[in-house]
Design a protein around this ligand. Structure first.
Ligand code: SF4
Length: 426
């Protein structure tokens, strides 16, 4: 099965107050070194996969450059990344090649670079089409910038465009949210993503909200109920406009579903490179042998005894369905060649993943397919019946999927699946 490739570029011009990604503002001096390191990681990919116990496949049919702001890199560095990809992997002729861009970063030169690299999809981190809201969280663009970028992308032949929006930004009101949604619809882009503001320790705004402070306009953040209403309204408006919801946060016109993102939710294999990049590969046929042979190593050349924070390798061949591994979320550690964290995925864990990733999709999951691959605990029927009775799931034959309410309370649904699965294993 062809892989998806993710490359993280963790550099930004400014740090948005709500951002909880492993990204930041760094000196341009580090850019070339970073690209060197990512290219080196790609060259090592077959060996890394082997040591991780994963099945390496040089064929890829999606590439995603995210972060961060990949277009902050000089054109030459972006071209070096793509040259390394082409050297190491075999790219399908119809591959989806996406790059995340901050609005306002697409000058003529950059558009030319993207075209030369074969980029055919761009995701713009808009967040709000209301200038005051974007400015309040540290975004440097205006609505007009976004519309200009869209026009320039189309002129350059890139029509597959995604716009990201966040529900719950400071100062957002039902009226201003409607403006953002209507602008996205009117722009005619084929894809939109809508995220609800995440409040956690990892962003400045999140920390301020938890502390009850007023910095970063935290006291102007809408309450949870209002944010939920914004999300529901987004689903309604986008669906009516023909930008159909296909995943909790993602909406597409016909034919514009993101191939790359679909890999995450359907557990197709992918490799990630760069800071805080995650990979998942099918377990290779001899995963057990490899894990036993290298129980304390993360990749070729690592110091024996350094297991990168792994769980103990107590897996048996029959119990490794896939392997997940990730790079450090610290730029310094990544540049210094820090060990990968690896996590073998047992068959029971793979079944849990199949549920909580697959249920994110509006089409849901097919119980029969999951049963054939993983088996199903008897308790699951009860859990499904209760979730249906609670209006969080709906069932048609062997297919189950989240209801509108279930999508709003998806974490609760996933917890109940996990609890059922864990109980069945005890
Ligand atoms: S939201 Fe995007 S542009 Fe803003 S700091 Fe985070 S990664 Fe950078």
């Amino acid at each position: 099965m062809p892989l998806g490739l993710y490359i993280s570029v963790p550099f930004c011009r400014t740090k948005c107050s709500y951002c909880n990604f492993a990204s930041g503002v760094f000196s341009q001096k580090v850019f070339a070194r970073y690209v060197d390191r990512v290219c080196e990681e790609m060259r090592q990919a077959p060996g890394t996969a082997a040591v991780m116990g994963g099945h390496f496949e040089p064929a890829i049919d999606s590439i995603y450059l995210g972060g961060g702001t990949p277009t902050i890199l000089p054109g030459e560095d972006l071209q070096r990344l793509f040259a390394a990809i082409r050297q190491q992997f075999s790219i399908a002729p119809d591959a989806e090649i996406s790059v995340e861009c901050a609005p306002g970063s697409l000058d003529e030169r950059m558009l030319g670079t993207l075209a030369r690299c074969g980029v055919n999809r761009v995701s713009l981190g808009v967040q709000s089409m209301v200038d005051g809201e974007a400015a309040a969280v540290g975004r440097q663009h205006k609505r007009a910038t976004v519309l200009e970028d869209i026009a320039h992308l189309r002129a350059a032949g890139i029509h597959n465009i995604n716009l990201d929006l966040i529900a719950g930004l400071p100062h957002q009101t039902p009226a201003s949210w409607t403006i953002s949604l209507d602008e996205v619809i009117a722009s005619g882009v084929p894809h939109a993503s809508v995220y609800m503001l995440e409040v956690d320790e990892d962003s400045r705004l999140g920390r301020e909200l938890m502390a009850g402070g007023i910095r970063y306009h935290a006291h102007f953040v809408p309450n949870e109920d209002a944010i939920a209403d914004f999300y529901v309204e987004a689903c309604r408006r986008l669906n009516v406009a023909g930008i159909a919801q296909y995943e909790i946060s993602n909406f597409a016109r016909p034919g514009a579903v993101s191939r790359h993102n679909l890999k995450y939710w359907t557990r197709q294999p992918y490799l990630g490179f760069g800071v805080d990049a995650h990979s998942m590969l099918e377990a290779s046929a001899d995963a057990y042998t490899l894990l036993r042979a290298h129980p304390m190593r993360s990749r070729p050349g690592d110091t024996p005894g350094d297991n990168g924070g792994n769980r103990p390798c107590d897996v048996s061949q029959a119990n490794v369905e896939a392997v997940r591994f990730s790079t450090s979320d610290s730029l310094e550690e990544f540049l210094a060649g820090a060990a990968l964290k690896k996590m073998p995925v047992s068959w029971a864990e793979a079944r849990e993943e199949a549920f909580f990733l697959g249920l994110r999709l509006n089409r849901g999951v097919d119980l029969r397919t999951i049963a054939l691959r993983f088996g199903l605990p008897a308790e699951l029927e009860d859990t499904v019946a209760h979730l249906c009775a609670d209006g969080l799931l709906e069932r048609a034959g062997s297919n189950i999927r989240l209801t509108d309410n279930g999508r709003l309370l998806s974490n609760e649904v996933f917890q109940r699946f996990l609890a059922c699965d864990t109980a069945a294993r005890m």
